[in-house]
Design a protein around this ligand. Structure first.
Ligand SMILES: Nc1nc2c(ncn2[C@@H]2O[C@H](COP(=O)(O)OP(=O)(O)OP(=O)(O)O)[C@@H](O)[C@H]2O)c(=O)[nH]1
Length: 490
């Protein structure tokens, strides 16, 4: 059972409260039993499930509560709070790093948990926040580990350190940290090799690396699909080095995710980030309340707005873009930039799950992967075009066979792919020019977003959506619902 299903089951159990004519002890028990069953099936540790059940029962004294809706709300709130405190591990999230001083972070975890990938995502995240990160590869156990880190770091333009000849990871770690301290890097990330709790010698090695670099934070990276084994594994790491944070990876796949909660309990440390895919941007800052809110289908407006803001170009560029499109200047470069923005937002289902009322279940993740792959293919084709071609809005040049052949060869694609991309361009150019006619464009985008204009624009937008995407989003009814929810939010 994946996390979305867990959320649905808990939500359904809570909804059963409103169906009961009277909420008494028996109704509460039945609801908690269903929630406990869902959590157990999602691999949450048995002890944690029992304590959640007991704590809710302690907090809610049914016979002393008022009637109807308020009773239901109080129970819902108690379940929500207990789920949050289970995830927070009894501690507030970690303090932010201080700029201008050296912060050393060491990543530990089981083999293949995603440490190296996560180190790069972590470095990239803080680089965007204005830090100067650097990465050190202290994994001498797995052949190819240094090459992997080197490749990831180069792609993210992060300085790195490692060795092909030195076999002692503590020595490499110390050398790397020294080097980057001298270079005044303020966030030094030390990646270590993967190990299992049975491997005592590797645990000793991990303690030596920690002693050599004296990390400010030790981060335990855990694969979200690990299941019930999570508790013991996480505890072994915590008993050996001072784990202070947990990052859960692979929450995009079929991970039940419940193991994550067990790791938090074992390390008494909060989850600070989650990995939701193999790519650099598939990494989210984690906040228990928002996570549980999304899990229970209550949405996360803040997260949604942040994602959209992140993907939307600067204000001046937006204004310029709208003006260009309204004059009919929809070029391939504009299409390319729009694709880039879509990719930045991440998978559609992730974004939509942040909108209250839209659960993950509405979106079909399979078709999204296909759409993203298609966008990437189209972008690669556009990469092989000249600047003049990208800035042209004349469709004439698109029918020249020699150009089509050059773009196909240059991008390693087929002619059919190129033609498909051009068809998409023509479709979008037409859609944009028609849609812009009816749009109410605010003179200054910083100015008030009038809800009526906003609604009219969304209605217009929903007409522009390709039918399969509209279906994926739950059909016109869901869009209407979204518009209703947006009322008063802007
Ligand atoms: N789907 C998905 N895959 C991920 C995620 N994070 C990492 N991976 C993949 O998991 C695999 C293992 O990741 P690595 O970063 O090599 O793991 P590691 O912990 O450094 O491995 P060892 O050094 O052998 O212990 C790779 O194929 C990654 O692309 C994630 O959030 N989602």
């Amino acid at each position: 059972m994946v996390l979305a299903e867990l959320g649905q089951r808990v939500t359904q159990a809570l909804a059963s409260l409103s169906a009961a004519p009277v909420i008494d002890e028996a109704v509460l028990d039945a609801c908690l039993k269903e929630i406990a069953a869902a959590l157990l099936q999602a691999d949450v540790n048995v002890r944690l499930v029992a304590s959640l059940r007991n704590n809710v029962k302690k907090r809610v004294n049914v016979s002393e509560l008022g009637r109807g809706l308020s009773k239901q709300r109080i129970i819902e709130k108690a379940v929500f709070d207990e789920l949050c405190s289970m995830i927070e591990g009894g501690q507030a999230a970690q303090q932010e790093f201080k700029k201008g001083r050296t912060n050393i972070v060491m990543f530990v975890g089981l083999q293949g948990a995603g440490k190296t990938t996560t180190c790069t995502k972590y470095a990239h995240y803080y680089k965007r926040k204005g830090f100067k990160p650097a990465m050190v590869c202290a994994d001498t156990f797995r052949a190819g580990a240094f090459d992997q880190l080197k490749q990831n770091a180069t792609k993210a333009q992060i300085p790195f350190y490692g060795s092909y000849t030195e076999t002692d990871p503590a020595v490499i770690a110390q050398q790397g940290v020294e080097r980057f301290k001298q270079e005044k890097r303020d966030l030094i990330i030390v990646d270590t090799s993967g190990r299992h709790k049975q491997e005592e010698s590797l645990f000793e090695e991990m303690r030596q690396v920690a002693a050599a670099v004296q990390p400010d934070h030790v981060i335990f990276v855990m694969d979200g699909s690990i299941g019930q084994a999570a508790f013991d594994q996480a505890k072994a790491f915590h008993d050996s080095v001072d784990v202070g944070q947990v990052i859960i990876t692979k929450l995009d796949g079929h991970a039940k995710g419940g193991g994550a909660l067990s790791a938090v309990a074992a390390t008494q440390s909060p989850i600070t980030f989650i990995g939701t895919g193999e790519h650099m941007h598939e990494f989210e800052h984690f906040e228990a309340k928002k996570f549980v809110g999304r899990l229970l289908g209550k949405g996360d407006w803040g997260g949604f707005i942040d994602k959209v803001k992140d993907a939307i170009p600067e204000e001046d560029q937006q204004q310029e873009l709208i003006e260009k499109i309204s004059k009919g200047e929809f070029t391939l470069r504009i299409m390319y930039e729009q694709f880039q923005n879509i990719m930045k937002m991440g998978p559609m289902s992730q974004v939509m799950s942040m909108i209250p009322g839209f659960s993950n279940a509405i979106m079909q993740p399979g078709s999204e992967k296909e759409s993203q792959a298609k966008l990437k293919r189209f972008m690669t084709i556009m990469d092989s075009m000249t600047a003049k071609e990208l800035d042209s809005s004349s469709t004439k040049i698109f029918s020249e066979p020699s150009r089509i052949l050059r773009w196909a060869r240059g991008s390693g694609s087929s002619v059919i792919d190129v033609q498909l991309m051009l068809e998409e361009y023509k479709r979008l150019a037409k859609v944009f020019s028609t849609a812009m006619k009816g749009m109410k464009i605010p003179k200054n985008l910083k100015g008030d977003m009038n809800p009526r204009n906003m609604q009219a624009n969304i209605a217009q937008m929903s007409k522009m959506l390709p039918p399969h995407m509209l279906k994926m989003m739950g059909g016109p009814g869901a869009i209407q619902n979204l518009m209703k929810q947006m009322e008063g939010k802007f």
